[in-house]
Design a protein around this ligand. Structure first.
Ligand SMILES: NC(=O)C1=CN([C@@H]2O[C@H](COP(=O)(O)OP(=O)(O)OC[C@H]3O[C@@H](n4cnc5c(N)ncnc54)[C@H](OP(=O)(O)O)[C@@H]3O)[C@@H](O)[C@H]2O)C=CC1
Ligand SMILES: N[C@@H](CCC(=O)OP(=O)(O)O)C(=O)O
Length: 411
């Protein structure tokens, strides 16, 4: 592990100073190579899928794992979109001259060696590799064990493209030891690794937070809420709630608990519960909700749970303060929404709720790098520092101060 990470670290200056045009040319070549080597990637993915089926992985896990020609074209397209983005390195964020005469520039730079631990979703391998490459970071990737053949095939395509073009393939690497012990070692390598991004469930996040000596940006679970205010457009609310819960229930930004203002509950709760049930959602509710519909009682444990399925809890609240209190108690600082036509209420919610993304009159499913215009995402940071929400190329940079003098000495 030491020699591998030492090599990664040794490449940081090389990639940090690569010309934007060269990075973009290489990224476009990687995109073409993904499509050209589609058969090899699909073959590797078939091995993972066979094993997944034998190991009776859930339908949601198998769907995440599965690659198709269309999905590979999507991966290539994401890499092309990343290539087309504005150069993230070398942006002058601020600049000024101080009384001593020094000219100071605050300039964006790559973070260095970024290690990402993620679930068994093979597209994350090419997405994160491309985002790191564009932002001048050396990446060390560790995907889920269920996707190992797929990840190796994808990484090989990307590395072969670099090698073919005379660039060290170690700019994009998979962690050589993919075991839990390998992860345990990786997260303590602060001499070589500048940032760890754990993207996954509670076990992963807890383990990394408690054991890492390398700085961590958590990509934690999403216990997401939507609050339907008494002044919401209820027809629009129906569409948004259905989308937030049902469009892809296994995603971290899907809705888990619906909060409804008591003034509209007798009208809205039966309507939305019927619509949700019709599309297969499993609804529970608080005691007040049970006055309007026949459902099981939602317990505090339900309110704490990220279901990753079509389950949803409904809670009727007296006002926006109670909605906020519920979100603060049970939320995971991921994505929260208010549906209201009242501008003042909306602004209050936007300012009061502490989450990475807060929405007005929209589905929480939009918390996504692609949807935010970032081409792709490393994931959704639920940290406050150093990045928050969908992490794209700009969030993969930090900064330094470039200080220009003319023989200045301090008095
Ligand atoms: N905020 C965000 O951006 C995102 C969050 N998520 C969240 O991820 C979860 C779904 O992911 P899930 O399928 O459960 O993935 P897991 O959390 O089970 O696995 C993700 C990765 O972490 C590793 N891992 C898991 N536990 C440990 C541990 N204790 N020690 C070391 N490594 C570990 C896995 O390795 P191994 O191969 O050994 O299992 C895998 O590489 C949901 O909660 C979802 O909301 C998902 C995507 C994006
Ligand atoms: N940001 C992505 C979701 C990422 C995510 O949740 O991934 P996963 O848990 O693997 O399904 C999207 O909105 O589709």
């Amino acid at each position: 592990m030491d020699a591998f990470l030492q090599k990664a670290k040794s490449l940081t200056s090389f990639l940090a100073t690569m010309e934007p045009q060269q990075k973009n040319t290489l990224l476009l070549a990687m995109a073409d190579a993904l499509e050209a080597h589609q058969e090899a990637i699909l073959e590797a993915n078939a091995k993972d899928m066979d094993k997944g089926v034998k190991n009776t992985l859930s339908a949601a896990l198998l769907d995440r794992l599965k690659l198709t020609p269309k999905r590979i074209r999507g991966m290539a397209q994401a890499v092309r979109e990343i290539a087309a983005l504005k150069e993230p390195v070398g942006r002058v964020l601020e600049g000024w001259v101080v009384p001593s005469g020094l000219r100071i520039e605050k300039v964006s730079i790559p973070i260095g060696v970024v290690a990402i631990i993620y679930e068994s979703r093979p597209n994350v391998t090419s997405d994160t590799a491309a985002l790191c490459f564009k932002s001048g970071n050396i990446c060390v990737l560790k995907g889920g064990k269920e996707a190992t053949h797929s990840n190796h095939a994808i990484a090989k395509v990307l590395q072969d493209t670099l090698a073919f073009n005379g660039v060290d393939p170690a700019c994009i690497s998979l962690l050589p030891d993919e075991t839990r012990e390998g992860v345990a070692t990786l997260i303590r390598q602060d001499a070589y690794v500048d940032l760890i991004i754990p993207r996954g469930g509670e076990g992963l996040i807890r383990f990394v937070s408690q054991n890492a000596t390398v700085p961590v940006v958590k990509h934690d679970k999403g216990v997401c809420h939507t609050y339907v205010d008494k002044e919401a457009n209820l027809d629009q609310a129906m569409e948004i709630v259905l989308n937030a819960k049902c469009q892809r229930p296994s995603a971290c930004n899907a809705l888990e608990t619906l909060l409804v203002h008591e003034a509209i509950a007798s009208d809205f709760v039966p309507r939305i519960a019927a619509a949700l049930t019709q599309v297969g959602a499993k609804v529970k509710g608080c005691a007040t909700t049970q006055q309007f519909i026949h459902v099981d009682l939602a317990t505090p444990e339900d309110f704490h749970t990220e279901h990753l399925s079509n389950a949803l809890s409904i809670k009727v609240v007296a006002d926006i303060q109670e909605a906020l209190h519920h979100i603060t108690t049970y939320g995971s600082s991921h994505s929260e929404a208010i549906l209201t036509e009242n501008y003042t209420t909306a602004e209050w919610f936007l300012n009061a709720v502490d989450a990475s993304c807060v929405y007005v009159n929209a589905s929480t499913r939009f918390t996504d790098g692609g949807e935010f215009g970032f081409g792709a995402e490393v994931g959704i940071s639920t940290n406050k520092l150093h990045a928050r929400g969908p992490m794209g190329i700009n969030e993969l940079t930090t900064y330094k101060y470039k200080v220009y003098g003319k023989g200045n000495v301090r008095a």
